[in-house]
Design a protein around this ligand. Structure first.
Ligand code: ATP
Ligand code: MG
Length: 580
């Protein structure tokens, strides 16, 4: 099938080959500023989330950048909640944001700040603009304001209220604050230029009436400042030097500068835009993610399939792997799509070093070793991480009845299937060579229910004394010793690399992957895993990295999330790109 233009575009991925952070354009700007002692050589950044949802991996990019810059230049980074839209914001979101930033490893010291703390100051700034004739109260309806704004090709039209006297404006604005008007009756607008080619400069709204209680200021205010007015002034009040934001705010920069210039503030931060992170097969927009949560398409913000920090954490991602991912993608001026495979590469790289390897069987098939003494149990030595002897060894019980993976046996082996089949001998990891004897099937369904094999006692530990070779090594557990567990396997949340970009108006939820979660139960894992605390991580040999689900696991029930498989797609993608 031919690819559509969008699909082709979506497949472009950015590549960073080594983990090294090259100096990027933002660091170049800051280094120069520091050198010429701009802002007395200070560097002060901020991370400014709106508490209207949980943070996602895109925010992690911004967090790593802002806090990272502060650390590199021995400066400071504030955590500032941009809380000017009370109808969508709440304390749950504030708390989750704080815990996510902390978990990622960053510290805002005593600078947990809120735009809402500046409401009085912002109000006074607005009064100053009115007095200088740079703002006015408009009484057009929202719809009329939209009509008057014009389009990219047509200039806007001035509101009939644009030339109200300062006195009248002050009076109306004060009464707006006092609560004399209903939602939408008036707004405060900047008086800039209704013919500006930049639509945002056509007398943008600075304040609107909202009879909504705020999670911090309660019912103290019924007028709330708009983002463009609040953001630049909050930056200025906090003494921010470099205000780093994503590219979609490029058009807002003239307004950012206009407000600060008109008010003649002492601190005028420099706004710098960089490309936001887009991650293939995911959606990074709180507005859309909240739809998945409220619509019940996922189990919550921390569903392990979500690209949220809390989802990734529950899935088993480490803070280090996310930081390393953000470093590798770097910052650029051009929008691009990062391949999910890179994120998976980063977590694998981290877990490979740190997690113990264990054995667990996801789809158990009983195997009876006919020539193994009935009541005998042996404890075999298994390496906790063959790549790191310092991680030690453990004892794994072996007995006459075992479980192996269903898919490790084929009665009529396909081409290139080298595992267990009639006539075959294979190695059981850390244990013995076993040889197929016969298969037992369900008489009704024909399903394979049990295998009978024999073992060779001379191959203890998995080595053959006579140099005999086998083509496969299987993982296994001893049936009477194994512990039952539920295992959740995850796949990408969407079927398309960029579900947001479908231009035909199709709802992005149409592309949800119906197989993004597979729950397997009962799986059987080795007894050392019994009682593993929530959040502990393991590599199940041959199957991937898993962690104990921090929410649903309990003393009675082991639940594992698969963080990632062992298959490295990233190396493949890189190779393909090099050969292009
Ligand atoms: P969303 O669309 O998810 O709601 P947002 O930009 O509205 O994103 P904010 O809470 O305003 O969310 O974002 C806080 C900071 O994080 C902003 O500086 C924003 O530019 C940055 N940010 C948000 N999404 C991304 C992303 N995908 N990549 C990089 N930075 C991002
Ligand atoms: Mg935003």
């Amino acid at each position: 099938m031919r690819k559509t233009k969008t699909e082709e575009k979506n497949q472009k991925t950015i590549q960073t080959d080594d983990g090294m952070l090259s100096s990027d354009f933002i660091r170049n700007i800051i280094s120069r500023d520091v050198e010429v002692k701009k802002n007395q050589g200070r560097v002060h950044t901020r991370f400014p989330p709106e508490p209207n949802g949980y943070l996602h991996i895109g925010h992690a990019k911004s967090i790593c950048l802002n806090f990272g810059l502060a650390a590199e230049y021995e400066g400071l980074c504030n955590l500032r909640f941009d809380d000017t839209n009370p109808s969508k914001e709440n304390v749950e979101y504030v708390e989750s944001i704080k815990s996510d930033v902390k978990w990622l490893g960053f510290d805002w010291g005593d600078r947990e700040l809120y735009a809402s703390d500046y409401f009085e100051q912002l109000y006074q700034y607005a009064v100053q603009l009115i007095k200088e004739g740079r703002a006015y109260v408009d009484s057009l309806s929202a719809e009329e304001i939209r009509d008057y704004r014009g389009t990219l090709t047509d200039p806007g039209k001035e509101s009939p209220y644009r030339n109200r006297s300062v006195k009248e404006n002050i009076d109306l604005f004060e009464r707006m604050r006092r609560g004399e008007f209903k939602d939408g009756a008036h707004v405060l607008r900047a008086k800039i230029d209704m013919a500006s080619p930049n639509l945002l400069m056509r007398d943008p709204t600075l304040y609107r009436i909202r009879w909504v209680s705020h999670h911090r200021t309660g019912v103290q205010w019924c007028i709330y400042p708009m983002y463009d007015f609040t953001h630049c002034l909050s930056d200025s009040i906090e003494g921010i030097t470099h205000s780093i934001c994503t590219l979609e705010f490029e058009n807002n920069r003239p307004l950012y500068d206009w407000v600060l210039d008109e008010l003649g503030v002492d601190c005028h931060p420099q706004q710098i835009e960089f490309a936001r992170l887009n991650l293939s097969y995911y959606i990074l927009s709180k507005r859309k993610l909240v739809e998945l949560v409220t619509g019940g398409f996922v189990t919550g913000w921390d569903d392990p399939r979500m690209p949220t920090i809390s989802g990734l954490r529950r899935r088993g991602y480490t803070p280090g792997s996310i930081r390393s991912f953000c470093e590798r993608i770097g910052v650029a001026k051009r929008d691009s799509m990062v391949d999910l495979a890179l994120l998976e590469y980063c977590i694998r790289e981290d877990l490979n070093k740190s997690t113990p390897r264990v054995m667990g069987v996801l789809r158990p098939l009983r195997v009876i070793i006919d020539n193994y003494p009935k009541d005998q149990v042996e404890y075999l030595n298994a390496a906790n991480n063959p790549e790191d002897p310092a991680m030690g060894t453990r004892e794994v019980p072996f007995s006459r009845v075992l479980y192996i993976e269903k898919e490790d046996f084929q009665e009529i082996p396909q081409k290139k299937f080298f595992r267990l089949a009639p006539g075959r001998e294979v190695r059981l990891r850390y244990a013995y060579f076993i040889k197929f004897v016969r298969v037992v099937k369900d008489e009704q369904t024909g399903e394979v229910v049990e295998l009978h094999c024999t073992y060779d006692p001379k191959t203890r530990g998995g080595d053959s004394p006579d140099g005999r070779k086998v083509k496969a090594t299987l993982h296994w557990v001893s049936a009477p010793h194994a512990v039952a567990a539920e295992v959740r396997l995850y796949d990408r949340l969407f079927l398309r690399p960029n579900p947001e970009a479908e231009k035909d108006g199709t709802d992005f939820k149409t592309y949800l992957n119906p197989d993004s979660l597979k729950t397997l139960t009962p799986c059987r894992v080795e007894p050392t895993l019994s009682g593993s605390p929530p959040g502990s991580r393991f590599q199940f040999e041959r199957l991937g990295y898993f962690c104990v689900d921090p929410v649903d696991a309990s003393d009675e029930k082991l639940v594992f999330n698969r963080t990632v498989t062992l298959r490295d797609q990233w190396a493949k993608i890189q190779k393909a790109q090099q050969h292009r």
